[in-house]
Design a protein around this ligand. Sequence first.
Ligand SMILES: Nc1ncnc2c1ncn2[C@@H]1O[C@H](COP(=O)(O)OP(=O)(O)OP(=O)(O)O)[C@@H](O)[C@H]1O
Length: 225
Amino acid sequence: MIELENVAYSYGGGDLLSNISLELQPGSFHFLTGPSGAGKTTFLKLCYGALTPTSGTARLFGTDRREMQRDDIALARRRIGVVHQDCRFLDHMSVADNIALPLMVSGRDLLGESANLKELVAWVGLSERAKALPPELSGGERQRAALARAVIMSPDVVLADEPTGNVDWEMSQRLLRLLIELNRMGKTIMIATHDLALIRSAKAHVQARVLRIANRRLQLAGADL
Ligand SMILES: Nc1ncnc2c1ncn2[C@@H]1O[C@H](COP(=O)(O)OP(=O)(O)OP(=O)(O)O)[C@@H](O)[C@H]1O
């Protein structure tokens, strides 16, 4: 699905990431951890093709990122749902319209999709808030709306960047349950997080690999988490 082979990435100074190799298997569940500034968001951007490796190869669904044209990237992006750290809503549009935005952008028939949209809004527990504007939402509501938007196109892979960053324990558990449910439906999940307690709590419910970025490298974290 997504394959990184000996990838390095630099924003212009020295390498932020180097020697990164990983193949995301269909249906797998990964956590990605590491100190602030280690490069977790950058790593996710390499996985969804927003960045091209400085060296090495990133393949998205079998195609080298360097050989992908605009349309290829757009197609690959429909298969990868991203929950951004800062949610990125359009504040003048309702929660439901924000969630439906990927459908609108890809030219899908919104009327035909309205039952799916309603079901998805209910799945994340936001039926009562569907008409609200994003600035009116709580942190947990924002994160659930961001998750719904990330999966509206039925992606194969969901990459979530600190999806539980600004919410209490109960809400992080609720978000985690939603992500585990997606994994049980067959989706490949990767969650970047600082929250080691969240990772520990997941282990009882899902077989997850824990990756850690430290000193520019990607390592498999030890069992001592
Ligand atoms: N567009 C950019 N241009 C230049 N430097 C950048 C850019 N984006 C990120 N960086 C730098 O790259 C480093 C890694 O950033 P990144 O956001 O990937 O780390 P992170 O591990 O996700 O951090 P955090 O846990 O704090 O979110 C940081 O030093 C950051 O300032």
